[in-house]
Design a protein around this ligand. Structure first.
Ligand code: GLU
Length: 484
């Protein structure tokens, strides 16, 4: 039996969880769930200036919202913790000791100024600008003396001289090759004792027993260095899978210029987590090249790295919006009400004790929107008085016949016994004929009077939901704005 799958999502908390990071997290999550493995969240907070606790919380919140539950990580714990890089210095120190013991790391005393000078000279010659290995040649006893004397130094990896090209089978891209001389004796631990990025990531992945590293291809060039560290430590190299970039519709790398890029921004724009998850899952992976609606369960059942595309994916907000509309329409009435209610409450619209009423409202709304943020403006008229929109007044109420249609509608609606959508419809349709105006104008006049605008959810159902008293009041009030 093969070893249990352990994957990780390792964000740096230097900002929000953005679309690209979320897709990486989704693929890791789906891979773990598909294989009954473990999904680890590790916070790479080694950049003290840009990492904040607030960002960490935001990333965790966004993952929770998307339903990306992790088995080990902040707040959950696990036997491979701690799950913050800044709390793992002991394991970096231990790994460095091991590398020293096996002779795979050496101290380097070259000053930054010297290194700069060498680099510049090498570039001038058109040669390799990596470290020239001066300190690799130092006798161990001399190096030890200089360290004992307190001389500042870094620790470098002693890259094996006879190592050929570094080739690794990437689960998405196939074999990837880096020329042996493309990697110099790079720094593992800085003068101040802190680990470099590549050292920390590798030691974390090794000590957390990560079996598959699924991440963005911006890390592709780090991979040969990381492989050399695994080899020097004599520990198994995980499987790597590098995900291609996400591009904006203009073919450029997705960035703020393209609009919202963070998961929480999409939440605030009224996207459903399952729709965003579905969309991002298909941004680089496909079930069969055709299916567009892929539930979480289908994703877990079918996810494989083999079906992840090597090509860059184009983020198409219109398609996401369309998909969101499909998800909204597929919600059951009670599920839609459950999601709509907090949005109404947040906008100060009264929802308490109105469950049944909200259930009647739900289908009128869910059929007509693509994003949840469309709800409040669409239904606010049912909760509070509205001003009649000036262009609606001119286009409808100012027309001859609108005033008498309003009068007749008000009288007829006051007289019906059953204030239901069906009888409201029947009543209003006959009113138009009675007063001799076009039915369309009569109905538009009532719509504008009651909702304040020319576009609204279906009129008769809306009036039923609003109730007779408020309907009559609004028609009465709008009467003053009508021309005749
Ligand atoms: N912390 C890195 C990032 O945010 C990810 C490192 C990795 O996945 O190896 O891009």
């Amino acid at each position: 039996m093969s070893e249990p799958v352990r994957v990780r999502f390792a964000p740096s908390p230097t900002g929000h969880l953005h679309i690209g990071g979320a897709r990486t997290a989704i693929y890791n999550w789906a891979y773990a769930r598909h294989h009954g493995g473990t999904f680890v969240l590790r916070i790479e907070d080694t950049d003290p200036e840009r990492s904040t606790d607030e960002n960490t919380q935001g990333i965790i919140r966004a993952m929770e919202w998307l339903g990306l539950d992790y088995d080990e990580g902040p707040g959950v714990g696990g036997q491979y913790g701690p799950y913050f890089q800044t709390q793992r210095s002991a394991s970096y120190a231990e790994a460095l000791d091991r590398l020293k013991t096996v002779g795979a790391a050496y101290p380097c005393f070259c000053s930054p100024a010297e290194l700069d000078e060498k680099r510049r000279a090498a570039r001038g010659r058109g040669g390799f600008a990596g470290y020239d290995r001066t300190c690799r040649a130092l006798a161990a006893a001399i190096a030890a003396e200089r360290i004992a004397a307190g001389e500042p130094h870094v620790w470098r990896l002693k890259v094996p001289e006879l190592r050929g090209d570094i080739v690794f089978p990437d689960a998405v891209r196939g074999d990837v090759t880096f020329a042996a001389d493309a990697v110099d004796d790079f720094v593992l631990v800085r003068t101040d004792g802190t680990p470099t990025y590549n050292f920390a990531v590798t030691i974390d992945d090794a000590t957390m027993a990560i079996t598959h590293v699924v991440r963005g291809d911006d890390h592709l060039s780090n991979t040969p260095k990381q492989i050399l560290i695994y080899e020097a430590l004599g520990v198994p190299v995980p499987v790597f899978a590098h995900l291609s970039m996400i591009l904006g519709s203009d073919g450029k790398r997705l960035s703020k210029r393209h609009g919202a890029t963070s998961v929480e921004a999409y939440r605030d724009l009224g996207y459903l987590p399952e729709a965003l998850m579905n969309y991002l899952a298909l941004l680089g992976w496909s079930l069969d090249g055709e299916t567009t609606i892929v539930s979480r369960q289908m994703l877990v059942e079918n996810f494989s790295l083999e079906r992840v595309s090597r090509n860059a994916a184009i983020f198409d907000e219109e398609k996401l919006e369309w998909l969101n509309g499909v998800y909204i329409r597929n919600l059951s009435v009670s599920a839609f009400v459950a999601r709509m209610t907090p949005l109404l409450a947040a906008a100060g619209l009264m929802v308490e004790g109105r469950q049944e009423w909200l259930e009647k409202l739900a289908p009128l709304v869910s059929e007509r929107i693509k994003r949840m943020d469309e709800i409040v403006p669409m239904v606010a008229f049912l909760f509070r008085d509205v001003e009649v929109d000036e262009s609606a007044r001119q286009k409808v109420l100012a027309r001859p016949g609108a005033g008498s249609a309003l009068d007749a509608s008000r009288e007829a609606l006051a007289a019906i016994t059953d204030f239901s959508a069906a009888s409201i419809e029947q009543t209003l349709r006959t009113v138009a004929e009675d007063v001799g105006v076009k039915p369309k104008l009569a109905l538009q006049a009532v719509r504008v009077a009651v909702t304040g605008s020319m576009v609204s959810p279906p009129l008769f159902e809306s009036l039923e939901l609003l109730g007779r008293e408020r309907t009559l009041e609004r028609i009465e009030r709008a009467r003053a704005l009508a021309a005749d």
